[in-house]
Ligand binder design. Sequence first.
Ligand SMILES: Nc1ncnc2c1ncn2[C@@H]1O[C@H](COP(=O)(O)OP(=O)(O)OP(=O)(O)O)[C@@H](O)[C@H]1O
Ligand SMILES: [Mg+2]
Length: 444
Amino acid sequence: MAKKTVFVCSSCGHETLKWLGKCPMCQGWDTFREFSPASKADGKEPRRPVILTDEELADEERIATGIGEMDRVLGGGMTIGSAILLGGDPGIGKTTLCFEVAARLTELGLKVLYVSGEESLKQLASRKKRLGLAAGFAFLTTNHLDDILSAIGEERYALVIVDSVQAVYNPKLPMLPGSMGQVKDVSTRLTMEAKALDTSLIFIGHVTKEGVIAGPKVLEHMVDTVLYFEGDKMLPYRMLRTIKNRYGAVEEVGIFQMTGDGLVSVENPSRFFMSQRGDIGEGSSLFPCITGSRPIVLEVQAITQKTNFSMPRRLSLGYDVNRLFILISVIEKTVGKPFFDRDIYVNVTGGMKVNEPAIDLPVAASILSSHKEVALGRETAFFGEVGLTGEIRKTVNMDLRIRECQRIGIKRVFCPADGAHSEGIEIVTIGNLKELNKKIGKDR
Ligand SMILES: Nc1ncnc2c1ncn2[C@@H]1O[C@H](COP(=O)(O)OP(=O)(O)OP(=O)(O)O)[C@@H](O)[C@H]1O
Ligand SMILES: [Mg+2]
């Protein structure tokens, strides 16, 4: 029987049995190339089903990298044999972070291979020198998938870092490097090979201008953990956020500070995110936020400015703008304060994006504080969800939030009624927005 060939679009990976001039998927012209896929069963021993026993477990399931914030987002260290996808904006520090991880693991006596498809050996050497990393881990500069596969096959590595998955390609496929088909093929082949050898993998991935990892979504399904490295490049700190983790909690956030010598873990983020000033001004309130398993005290700011335009502006950074619209209506209705002639801007400092509803109360407190021109001070914190009738609803992890506030020296916490009590800190239970309005100073 003649060997079956297919035609594959070099741009989007669409397959057809006949050659076409125009791809029906991506509409590209003259993109089809002939391709003969290898038979799936080529020389492969069939696998048999097994019953799982504890003997399947290795002595150690995780490797603690020693970088506190990295271990936190991975759920207590890197699971042996796991595949991690690290995405982030250009220049945010992905390579720097991976260099640090590679150096720490090498110091622990583990073998690490750093594959770079983007930088030359000279550039990598100068980066290593700048970061002051003495540990000698192996480098491979290549764009060919086969080079990586043969390097992994020859030597047993504990960790292989691929920088970046879009820069590596399989020349046997008729698609361009970084195209969907190539990224899919490269990641599948490397993940399968690494899993069989108990080698952990870190793929560095580029993100598109929409902020998602470039390439097929299947890439995120295939790996065990997806991490995003984010932050404002103008500011010195970076956040490592877990989007998916098969071996730990998601929504965990690791905080790093970018210095000339590399990345430094920030051990006490509450202090870091709170204003450095002696006191916080009007329109500012403190909020104990839960990120994954850790509470962090953030500062929520608002300004309410008189406007001469008929349509007042509402803008929000770090807080959902639709929630802001609703919250403003609820304040207007329950407290009886009209905002139709005022612009309202809300900002969560430090570039944190907060999705949990417990931020409603501090946002309302900041808006009222700005409107009444009373400072709430850095000894008071707020948390609680605001309902449509102005009632303050319970939130999760109330005790954890209160304990974090106490730890950093906050004296009073405004929160929903739930019998949450703690010694050494005053708990002010708030039933609705009217009560909040009364308790935070006189109306102007
Ligand atoms: N000499 C230096 N001193 C201080 N900081 C530096 C220096 N060189 C680079 N940096 C910092 O390192 C960052 C670049 O980090 P890195 O190369 O790890 O980013 P990346 O995410 O890998 O980028 P890319 O997507 O281009 O590969 C810069 O944005 C800068 O903040
Ligand atoms: Mg890089």
